[in-house]
Structures are given as C-alpha cells and as structure tokens.
Design a protein around this ligand. Structure first.
Ligand code: SF4
Length: 51
C-alpha cells in the first residue's frame, strides 16, 4: 500500500505542497489500447479533479 503519493499535477484539487497528494485514496486506471498497460504513459489518475 502506498503511504505517500507524490504527484506533480498541481491543477488537481487534491494536490498539496511538496507534491504530496492529499486524497484519502487514489484510483489509477489503464488507458492502454492493449489489454494491459505497458508503460506509465498508459496509466492515469481517475481521482483527479480540476481545481
Ligand atoms: S488525486 Fe491524482 S492527480 Fe490529483 S494530486 Fe492525487 S495523484 Fe495527483
């Protein structure tokens, strides 16, 4: 289980100083056109909410 989630997406309302995600939990999804993601570029944070 990830204790500290570091994230650079400072346009998200869960983003905090020091690039610390402030959400209680986050949900990461695959947006790969393949069956399984093959790289980090094929994953996304579904918990993102614009400020
Ligand atoms: S919810 Fe996702 S996008 Fe938003 S700060 Fe946390 S990790 Fe980043």
């Amino acid at each position: 289980m990830a204790k500290d989630v570091l994230c650079e997406v400072n346009t998200c309302r869960h983003w905090g100083d020091g690039n610390q995600c402030q959400a209680d939990k986050i949900y990461i999804i695959s947006h790969s056109s393949h069956e399984k993601a093959q790289s980090s570029a094929e994953t996304d944070c579904k918990t993102f909410e614009a400020k």
